[in-house]
Design a binder for this molecule. Sequence first.
Ligand code: GSH
Length: 390
Amino acid sequence: MRRQMLGVLAGALALFLAACGGQQPQAPATQAPAGGGLSGGAATEAPAAVAPTTAPAATAAPAPAGGAAAQPTAGGRLQTIISRGKLICGVNQVLPGFGNVDSAGNFSGFDVDFCKAVAAAIFDDPTRVEYRPLTAQERFTAVQSGEVDVLIRNTTWTLTRDGSVGLDFGPVTFYDGQGMMVRKDSGIDTLEDMEGARICVQTGTTTELNLADNFRQRNLTFEAVVFQEADPTFAAYDSGQCDGFTTDKSGLVSYQTKAANPADHKILDVTMSKEPLAPSVLQGDPQWADAVRWVVLATIQGEEFGITSANIGDFANSEDPNIRRFLGIEGELGQGIGLPNDFAARVIRHVGNYGEIYNRNLGPDTPFNLPRGLNTLYSEGGLLYSPPFR
Ligand SMILES: N[C@@H](CCC(=O)N[C@@H](CS)C(=O)NCC(=O)O)C(=O)O
């Protein structure tokens, strides 16, 4: 029922976009040369690299051996955020499940919950966030210019982005991979069935680059129909302008709920890339990067300990020294990263542990029902693992 409603809304959106000319590809489709995959107009996903110049390195002095931890100076970005009284978080606004805004202007989703977690750690208040919606094209400039404090927006951690784009990535919050959506009645079952296909893809993404690589490796030609924004990209596919729509599998599942008729589409059983999605900050402010990193790890460690937003009160008198340190009941763990010692407790209390965040946004009770796959704890065969809180 909900899917149908989403479908109707997506249909209306598609009509609106068509009426406004928004479905026109922003760039001429690039024709793949025979036998060679895409080459012309070699896709570049990152905006011109800007050498980060800001961010005074506010590094806390190391704790003297055997003595009390040195009081860190909460300088740089963290101090700016504290003085401002809110976090500015770069997010998606068109990707239900990850980053989405409703008609009342409320943001929600898996990524959005990590913005809330950072705010909860700093302010003990998950609502102290200003969300800055960013397209794929806009996102890196927004970090480079300091417009956002942190980017938490289905962004893949790559060497180029870590290096020449000038970002620092936190821990992976979602292990993803690129997929391909086609119409069920297309007769397409594998990428090999897509020789000469028209494929709708958004520019400024790893997606665009991986598409070219995958088809080249398979010696297949294709025609990329490229858009700057995600909704027009999908609308073009949904209205039949393309044979396939490609993005991260998380994005495919999300966009399938927006299709005019979600049941008409399928996601091929192929993973075209590794897409480790992670938060990022501007390179050069190690304390701020540490703060974001350990907030994410707190959600994972919380799940490892079995501490949830519902049962955290039961741990107040825990005698387990690991849990006592984690919750800030004893020790001074937060100090070294400029956060209050109970920052992890604040995160769990207000936002929940990783499993709670996952289930709330993507789990069985949501329209996405995404199996956790690699996004389970290492103890359950997944890749989530927190270094020790000590
Ligand atoms: N993870 C990939 C893809 C991320 C991405 O931007 N995906 C698109 C398609 S689902 C998106 O979210 N677009 C939203 C927009 O640009 O407004 C990356 O980091 O490049």
